[in-house]
Ligand binder design. Structure first.
Ligand code: ADP
Length: 212
């Protein structure tokens, strides 16, 4: 089974993916993580993507779709798509890629969070560079300040979590991604979850119910 997590930056797609990995053995395909890996390895794709990401803008569809198509050649089952697709062109390209591979998207779970909450979450976010888990300076502190509870790595803030970049990212989401809610509703695949105020565990149990 393949699912898409749809939602604004800061809606909890990454934390929800973690739950689906550890409790259900799914595999996360996060285009943001793939881009950051390419940036760290200084690949041509990474250098190109970095220009857009640093500005809080979406990476162009051709680059993003190409990267996903490569990934899917070796792995296309039991996936959680986190942060892809984000545009209508990406959604249409994904359907074609999966069809060629004899598979499909089964469910799209839209995580709805109020916009004012998103901003607070992103400005306070701390990330483990090693395992990608996220924390929050106030609401989800690690046991030891700036240290990951799971692997002891020093936590970092993401350059695109600066307030001006967050505003651009939320605009990009509203202008280009929100339309996918209707797209997947029309395809009969959409499940809307209002996750305001829910813990990551509570979100997971809601999703489990939907998937069963
Ligand atoms: P968030 O969901 O909080 O924005 P991500 O790690 O998923 O964080 O994405 C970080 C950045 O990577 C995005 O702001 C964008 O620049 C780029 N990116 C990730 N996924 C895509 C995508 N599907 N299409 C275009 N750009 C993307």
């Amino acid at each position: 089974m393949n699912i898409i997590l749809l939602g604004a930056p800061g809606s909890g797609k990454g934390s929800t993916s973690e739950q689906l990995i550890s409790r259900k053995g799914m595999t996360q395909l996060s285009t943001g993580d793939l881009f950051r890996k390419n940036i760290a390895e200084k690949t041509a794709l990474g250098l190109e993507a970095q220009k857009f990401m640093n500005a809080g803008k979406y990476v162009p569809d051709e680059i993003t779709n190409g990267m996903v198509e490569d990934y899917l050649q070796t792995n296309h089952d039991n996936l959680v798509f986190d942060g892809f697709p984000r545009t209508r062109a990406q959604a249409e390209a994904l359907d074609k890629m999966l069809e060629k591979l004899g598979t499909k998207i089964d469910k799209v779970i839209y995580l709805h969070v109020d916009e004012e909450v998103l901003f607070d979450r992103l400005t306070g976010r701390l990330i483990c560079p090693k395992c990608k888990r996220s924390y929050h300076k106030i609401t989800r502190k690690p046991q030891v300040e700036w240290i990951c509870d799971f692997d002891g790595a020093e936590l970092v803030t993401r350059p695109d979590d600066a307030p001006d970049k967050i505003a651009t990212r939320i605009d990009e989401y509203n202008n280009l991604t929100a339309t996918l809610i209707n797209f997947y509703q029309a395809h009969g695949k959409l499940v809307i979850l209002d996750v305001n105020g829910l813990s990551v565990e509570a979100i997971y149990f809601d999703i489990e119910e939907v998937l069963n």
